[in-house]
Design a protein around this ligand. Sequence first.
Ligand code: SF4
Length: 77
Amino acid sequence: MKEKELLDLGYKKYSGDNIDIFFHQEICEHSGKCINGSNKVFDTDRRPWIVADNENYEKVKNIIHQCPSGALKYILK
Ligand code: SF4
């Protein structure tokens, strides 16, 4: 999906150097797979709760693939 489509659907963008992460709060089913995958990138106690550059983008990509709800998306740069 393109960035504009994601933003139009209500996703919020969290930019990184190599990858942009998009998150939709209402779609999230709170499985915690993202946080378990990396609490450096995904930390609900922090604002912003997503910091894309805190891990290698390949790892971030793999974590996002495990999101069961589709609440997380990414676009590689
Ligand atoms: S992995 Fe996806 S559904 Fe699960 S908590 Fe993270 S964003 Fe929400």
